[in-house]
Design a binder for this molecule. Structure first.
Ligand code: GAP
Length: 557
């Protein structure tokens, strides 16, 4: 745990040092749960979104039958008619249980608030009058009892105060469980606040809605209340008919959207992992109810493979199918793509079979028809409704046809498979997986430790850095010309300051796959040195064909 905590600290430090991620409005002390992406971070995020958009919308993968699948994109407004959130269930159900501290005004999620007890194990009485030292009761905000215990290891001072300095048995309860246990075990003290330590100041848990509220227009009252969207998905459902009618789509097809989402998380934590403002990449894939299981499995596996393809190749990535009792009431199946971050295993993306729940809900609340009519199935069967099959009664045949058209197998509300991922969580997982420390020789050939981000070339913020070896003999001019040529095709960086070894190391930390150096030999034969970030191997490449050489290797990865 200590090592992993340390690793996370090093990743956070690198992200700050190299301009990937900064605390939002840092000059004013920041704002909990909000982050800014610096010059390298914004490129990383854009590359993730672009890769997703290209692979999902512009060049979608082949479906389970090997045929193309239909995908279109959408960009909805963040603030929508608030009835959207009534229909989706967010107004009443998008809540987390919350506990407040009356003393310090701290606010904690009851399902992440543990009360921890440390009980002396190695204690032995020195005299017959010695009493067992009291247990230390602390509280920690954590995801698991083990994490709570490790966060609240009693300090040496506390141990000394208790007159013990050895092993402790420990136990952690969720606060609700602890309070229930208190009712039976009167020796247990009131839980302390994890922030200020005040005893007896924590309130009972109550439900807290995570949606940010605002007002549309000049008057601020209930009628003008609006919400910042907590997910991009509902904009897709609300536009289902618009997209269907304007794009002449046939089932199955998907609508994809990337955009900001906002959740007033009670405890934003683990760096950017749980933020209050974040970006989602969501797909709502509409299909015939009979095909939903097949599409669910296909999307689940395709989404997992996408993360592997972009570099999450270690055993830190997993796919976890939800147990029956974990499923939301409307979901028929759900799986999480999880990553073992240094702070614990957590969800990157969820893939769910949401049945016809959402479209049904919007049909009910909006009064608009959300059904799909399967024209092909109807054309196939329409012959059954000829007058001759109704004893020549044209009216009866027409009536039977109209009735048949209203329901299965011709008219129905499609089922939805939803792969829903977070851009910020993906960026964090790619950063964690890419982070590595090894050794590289310095100018004198001596091994020095180096930090390197082994980012997938498609995601790397800068694809190539171009350096003159020294600032003379026409090298800067040649390097500048090469830099300009590279910049036409890819993100490139020019650097002529300091020792070349240090310039390499800066680019290693930025995750730049290739560094190009113009040196003395360039003047003789026109070749440049290209250094590979991962292997640190150097090859000579004719400067004439450099851009194509780089493009080939970047594209091949
Ligand atoms: N439409 C379904 C939906 O929104 P979700 O599991 O609540 O499902 C989907 O969110 C994804 O959005 C998560 O897998 C995660 O990647 C991202 N996400 C959710 N809450 C987040 C937060 N507070 N901070 C960063 N990313 C978050």
């Amino acid at each position: 745990m200590a090592n992993e905590t340390d690793l996370m600290e090093r990743i956070v430090a690198l992200a700050k040092r190299r301009g990937f991620i900064f605390p939002s409005s840092e000059i004013y002390g920041g704002l909990n749960g909000f982050w800014d992406y610096g010059p390298l971070g914004v490129e990383l995020k854009r590359n993730i979104k672009q890769a997703w958009w290209d692979d999902i919308v512009r060049r979608p993968p082949e479906g389970p039958d090997g045929g193309p699948i239909e995908m279109v994109g959408l960009d909805c407004s963040i603030i929508m008619n608030p009835t959207v959130w009534e229909a989706s269930g967010h107004v009443t159900g998008f809540t987390d249980p919350m506990v407040d501290c009356k003393e310090c005004k701290g606010r904690f999620r009851a399902d992440q608030l543990f009360v921890v007890q440390f009980v002396s194990a190695g204690w032995e009485p020195q005299s017959s009058k010695d009493e067992m030292p009291p247990a230390i009761t602390a509280a920690a905000v954590a995801s698991t009892p083990e994490e709570a215990i490790s966060l609240e290891e009693p300090s040496n001072t506390k141990l000394k105060a208790m007159g013990v300095g050895r092993a402790f048995h420990t136990r952690a309860w969720l606060i609700d469980e602890y309070r229930r246990t208190m009712a039976d075990d009167k020796s247990l003290p009131e839980p302390p606040c994890p922030n200020c330590g005040a005893v007896g100041s924590l309130t009972e848990a109550r439900q807290f809605n995570l949606m940010f509220e605002s007002y549309a227009g000049a008057v601020q009252n209930e009628a003008s209340k609006v919400y910042l969207r907590p997910e991009t998905a509902q904009g897709i459902f609300a536009n289902f008919k618009n997209v269907l009618d304007t794009q002449r789509l046939k089932l199955p097809f998907g609508i994809a959207q990337i955009g900001k989402a906002f959740r007033n998380e009670i405890n934003p934590r683990n760096y950017t992992f749980r933020s209050r403002e974040f970006e989602q990449m969501e797909i709502e894939f509409f299909c015939h109810p009979d095909d939903a299981d097949r599409w669910y499995t296909w999307w689940r596996d395709a989404r997992y493979a996408w993360y592997v393809r972009h570099g999450l190749t270690s055993d830190r990535l997993r796919l976890r199918d939800h147990e029956e009792d974990e499923l939301a009431h409307y979901a028929r199946a759900c799986a999480d793509v999880e990553y073992a971050f240094p702070f614990g295993v957590s969800e990157l993306e969820g893939i769910a079979n949401r049945t016809d729940f959402d479209l049904n809900a919007h049909q009910e609340h909006s009064g608009r028809d959300m059904t799909y009519f399967d024209e092909e199935a109807w054309q196939r069967d329409a012959g059954q409704y000829k007058a001759e099959n109704y004893g020549g009664d044209k009216k009866a045949a027409k009536q039977a046809a109209n009735e048949a058209k209203q329901g299965m197998p011709y008219r129905f509300i499609p089922y939805v498979i939803e792969p829903s991922g977070g851009v910020d969580r993906a960026a964090l997982a790619f950063l964690c997986e890419a982070y590595d420390e090894d050794e590289a020789p310095d100018e004198k050939g001596e091994a020095q430790s180096r930090t390197v981000l082994r980012l997938h070339p498609r995601l790397a913020p800068i694809k190539v850095a171009v350096f003159p070896l020294v600032k003379k003999d026409g090298m800067p001019e040649k390097a500048q010309a090469l830099y300009r040529a590279c910049r036409e095709q890819m993100t490139a960086f020019y650097d002529e300051k300091g020792a070349v070894g240090r310039r390499y190391r800066r680019q290693d930390e930025a995750g730049t796959p290739f560094c190009v150096t113009v040196d003395g030999q360039t003047n003789e034969d026109g070749t440049v040195t290209v250094r590979d970030r991962d292997s640190m191997e150097q090859v000579r490449v004719p400067s004439e064909g450099l851009v194509a050489w780089l493009q080939e290797r970047l594209g091949r990865a």
